[in-house]
Design a protein around this ligand. Structure first.
Ligand SMILES: *Cc1c(COP(=O)(O)O)cnc(C)c1O
Length: 370
């Protein structure tokens, strides 16, 4: 008998396209500037906490983790001056975004987002067979406050600082949306530790605001998958109804508590990355004459100019391929007019940025189409 799981599956599931993550090469030797990971290790307290949690023989792993991640919620609440009822923890902030969309989006209720933006948003809306509503940016990438407020979306996902440009949106603009938008506004602050401003102070005045954070970027814990939502207790209560009962594993909870407790380590990493970022931005816009957005994140979005002074999608694609042939990985998003001429480059160590810059010099000197 023929068994065709695709025809048995729900029609909208059969049509889904999975999210395409950035390349994770299996072998060493790459300068990896493509997925906005931290180039520095996490606080040494993280490895200590993991060793303590595992113990001599892994005995503790027999037992399920704390189902609500209560000690971690308490640590997050303390860090931000909020109460534990304002916090839900997820298996990465992607888990939190997924839970939010699960609660607020379906065939009749739209999930809205600006475009271009984090390409996970349409994927998680698609899982719900959800309606989507996209608001296109102009090249200046200014926040279209009025159009978001009038979008009619039930839930709106806004990345700030934005991806892939790195541009931050001011609290004045975000508050402009909150004032007139009748749905839930989710500000995805994956990169907020690298920014001058964040939306957490707005939570006290706006029950329709959710701020989402991750430990993957500034805390250097992408491999452990921890993120969290800060919101009104009623919103947190909804997330708790739809999440997996043990959504954050025992080791990740212990590691995250240790990482959050070492704020001086975070501050040192963030100021190093900001210094490297701002030096690189000044060099590319000044000496190279490459248009580059002023970044509030741990990456730069730049429009490369080839040896003949040309820009455009083919130039960006050529630069990407040249860098890749030299084992330098960056990100190119060819499918949107506002991104196709650009490369997104994660801010690495000064050493990694030097290798990148040497490779770019070699590309500029290479014969065209080589
Ligand atoms: C990296 C990133 C995340 C994902 O974070 P995880 O906690 O690793 O799932 C969420 N949103 C944006 C905009 C990101 O760039």
């Amino acid at each position: 008998m023929d068994f065709d799981p695709t025809s048995l599956a729900l029609p909208h599931v059969a049509k889904l396209h999975p999210y395409t993550p950035g390349l994770q090469p299996g072998e060493p030797g790459w300068v990896k500037l493509n997925t906005n990971e931290c180039p520095y290790p996490p606080s040494p307290r993280v490895a200590e906490a993991l060793r303590r949690e595992i113990g001599e023989d892994g005995e503790s792993l027999r037992l399920y983790p704390n189902p609500r991640s209560v000690p971690l919620r308490a640590a997050v609440a303390r860090l931000h001056g909020l109460s534990e009822e304002n916090v839900c923890v997820g298996n990465g902030s992607d888990d939190i975004l997924n839970l939010l969309v699960r609660c607020f989006c379906d065939t009749g209720a739209a999930a809205g987002f600006t475009w271009p933006s984090y390409s996970l948003y349409p994927v998680i809306a698609g899982i719900q067979d959800g309606r989507v509503c996209t608001i296109d940016f102009e090249r200046d990438m200014r926040l279209p406050v009025g159009r978001i407020a009038a979008s009619g979306a039930r839930i709106f996902l806004l990345t700030s600082p934005n991806a892939p440009t790195g541009a931050g949106f001011s609290n004045a603009d975000i508050e402009g949306v909150l004032r007139d938008f009748p749905g839930l506004l989710v500000v995805d602050e994956a990169y907020a530790p690298f920014a001058d401003e964040n939306a957490i102070p707005l939570l006290a005045r706006h029950p329709n605001l959710v701020v989402v954070r991750t430990l993957s970027k500034a805390y250097a814990l992408a491999g452990l998958r921890v993120g969290y939502a800060l919101a009104h207790p009623d919103v947190i209560g909804l997330l708790d109804r739809v999440r997996d009962s043990y959504n954050v594993n025992r080791l990740s909870q212990a590691a995250a508590i240790a990482a959050l407790a070492d704020q001086p380590w975070l501050d040192a990493i963030v100021s190093r990355i900001r210094a490297t970022r701002d030096r690189c931005l000044a060099d590319w816009t000044g000496r190279r004459g490459w248009f580059t957005y002023r970044s509030q994140a741990n990456f730069l979005f730049t429009e490369p100019r080839d040896g003949a002074g040309r820009t455009g999608p083919a130039v960006a694609a050529a630069a990407y391929e040249f860098l890749r042939s030299r084992k330098v990985l960056v990100r190119h998003f060819p499918s949107h007019a506002l991104t196709a001429s650009f490369l997104r480059v994660t801010v690495g160590t000064d050493g990694e940025m030097a290798v990148l810059n040497q490779s770019l010099e070699a590309w500029l000197k290479a014969p065209p189409n080589a």
